[in-house]
Design a protein around this ligand. Structure first.
Ligand code: CA
Length: 229
């Protein structure tokens, strides 16, 4: 059963969402208060959190920020009102995975939920750990260390790293990377991949400007070069 936490103080919206998602076969927990929502999110492991921005108690941004700071990478879908453009961007920088602007259609929201869940479901054949150079990755625990020191990756950087590592020595074109790591997101530009690669290199390569492990394949995409055997 896939467990979803819905945090929304407008009863009408929350109850409609609860009904829609229950009908779709999800196990749904509803919460209207931000402080209690954070406690609930910490207390049990949800597969996805739908988080309204403006909430009594703690607001959605603060909840998102605190969960990420605690290393909780549960996918978060933000609900925003149209006038909150700035908050929207902020929300994504704080580690939310996607957002939907109100008013939204149940159909659109469901599509986003499914895309997020698919992206975060670990493939059954994917390894539970990996290493290269002095970097060690625990895919199950979502932790990365370099020379023994913890490295913080965003959920998306982690997904990208996992995809690259699961195809050692293989050239991955931008289209495949977009499809696998970003799923159905329609507002992503190919440059977004490059930006994420730059971030990964800064965090993981000894010399980010002359990367050894995450290399460019000019005109095509990227390749992960494993340690020599
Ligand atoms: Ca609200």
């Amino acid at each position: 059963m896939t467990d979803i936490l819905i945090v929304e103080d407008e009863d009408r919206i929350r109850m409609a969402l609860e009904d829609d998602l229950t009908l779709e076969g999800y196990a749904v927990t509803g919460e209207r208060d931000g402080t209690r929502a954070l406690e609930r999110a910490r207390g049990s492991s949800f597969d996805l959190i739908i988080l309204d921005l403006m909430l009594p108690g703690l607001d959605g941004l603060e909840i998102c920020k605190r969960l990420r700071a605690e290393g909780d990478l549960t996918p978060i879908l933000m609900l925003t009102a149209k006038s909150q453009e700035v908050d929207k961007v902020l929300g994504l920088e704080l580690g939310a995975d996607d957002y939907v602007t109100k008013p939204f259609s149940p159909r659109e929201l469901l599509a986003r939920i499914k895309a997020l869940l698919r992206r975060h479901r670990p493939a059954t054949d994917s390894p539970t750990s990996a290493s290269f150079g002095d970097v060690e990755i625990d895919f199950k625990g979502y932790t990365v260390t370099k020379a023994g020191a913890p490295v913080e990756l965003t959920a998306r950087e982690f997904d990208l790293l996992r995809f690259l590592l699961s195809h050692p020595g293989e050239v991955l074109d931008r289209g495949s990377i977009l499809e696998e790591v970003w799923g159905d997101d329609w507002d992503i530009f190919p440059r977004t991949i490059d930006t994420h690669v730059v971030h990964l290199r800064r965090k993981l390569e000894d010399e980010p400007a002359t990367p050894r492990f995450i290399v460019n394949v000019r005109g095509v995409g990227y390749k992960f070069v494993p340690d020599p055997p």
